[in-house]
Design a binder for this molecule. Structure first.
Ligand code: DOR
Ligand code: ZN
Length: 345
């Protein structure tokens, strides 16, 4: 039995850092594990220009603890009025690694997102020409579409046509939650990839709704039925370069989760590697973990792999029931449970 695993240092290809004091307190959880992270732009106000992204990047860099080498990779929040020239210039200057499409009102801080995806096609054409990666929150927002069907519906209404219209555009279907998404990505070919979160590998929708409402297991897209969780596990551990690690760690304070209108988001950053590795271990796929965590993402984004490594060993790790951010309680994913792997360096 393998009890120790050393792999190239992983990256997190989908992450929310927030800003200000919360950002300063959550950056260290990520920087101690990952070499880089794709930083999502859904701040208030959102990161819609290269100038805003460059300033945000500087604030993140200032929060990286001394001695750690962590690089934030910035994204541009697409809106109905995105300036394609600013986006192209920001990408050429190395400020933007990708641009993020939030359908308006699909999730936290997405009110300024895109209200009509077809109207964005001129921007997508420019992104295809400039070879800028498009990251997509793939859910429709129509009130008549059940929340559990919103990802599948997005594929049919929008994603097929985006991929068909822009065959060279590299697209990351973010935080996929369904077997339908796995099938779509697999059939689409190498210009389309997907990130998979730890929570969607560990929990199905029962974890949110059985035994009382469980706000700490609520995120968007919501966890689906067990068949979908199993399809995601198969995809993540398949060795396919189209699937890679993206935690979608989304910190919200405990009191904001446990409220009459609880925020969407799971704070997965603190024990992210231990959480993912537990899944690969359960699936008998430890030898495929490095691909998912450290190799497939850089290959898709056409970035070098990290030079240094991390080591995890089989050992019990107790995840605390709460952690502190800005002096307040925040509940991490797996709170109060024990994981079977520990990051040792
Ligand atoms: O659960 C989520 N939380 N899903 C998202 O898409 C956004 C995120 C957040 O920013 O809180
Ligand atoms: Zn996200």
């Amino acid at each position: 039995m393998t009890d120790r695993l050393t792999i190239r240092r992983p990256d997190d290809w989908h992450l929310h850092f927030r800003d200000g004091a919360v950002m300063r307190d959550v950056v260290p959880f990520t920087a101690r594990q990952f070499g880089r992270a794709i930083v999502m732009p859904n701040l208030t106000p959102p990161v819609t220009s290269a100038a805003l992204a460059a300033a945000y990047r500087d604030r993140i860099m200032a929060a990286v603890p001394a001695g750690l080498h962590f690089t934030p990779l910035m994204t541009c929040y697409l809106t109905d009025s995105t300036d394609p020239d600013d986006l192209a210039r920001g990408a050429a200057e190395g400020v933007f690694t990708a641009a993020k499409l939030y359908p308006a009102n699909a999730t936290t801080n997405s009110a300024a997102g895109v209200s009509n995806i077809e109207n964005l096609f001129p921007v997508l054409a420019r992104m295809e020409a400039e070879d800028i990666v498009l990251c997509i929150h793939g859910e429709v927002t129509d009130h008549d579409i059940d929340v559990f069907d919103r990802e599948k519906e997005f594929i049919e209404r929008h994603l097929r046509s985006i991929v068909a219209t822009f065959p060279k555009l590299r697209v990351v279907f973010e935080h996929i939650t369904t077997g339908d998404a796995v099938d779509f990505v697999t059939a689409a070919g190498p210009q389309v990839a997907a990130t998979i979160t730890p929570q969607h590998l560990h929990i199905n929708r029962n974890a949110m709704l059985v035994g009382g409402m469980q706000p700490h297991n609520y995120c968007l897209p919501v966890a689906k039925r067990e068949t979908h969780r199993l399809a995601l596990r198969a995809a993540a551990t398949s060795g396919s370069p189209q699937f890679f690690l993206g935690t979608d760690s989304a910190p919200h304070l405990k009191r904001d989760k446990e409220s009459a209108c609880g925020c969407a988001g799971i704070f997965g950053a603190p024990f992210a590697l231990e959480s993912y590795l537990t899944v690969f271990d359960e699936e008998g796929a430890l030898e495929r973990f490095e691909g998912f965590a450290s190799l497939h993402g850089p290959a898709f984004y056409r970035l070098p792999v990290n030079e240094d490594s991390v080591t995890l060993e089989r050992a019990e790790v107790a995840v605390p029931p709460v952690l502190q951010v800005t002096g307040e309680d925040i509940v991490p994913f797996h709170a109060g449970t024990t994981l079977g792997w520990r990051l040792v360096g």
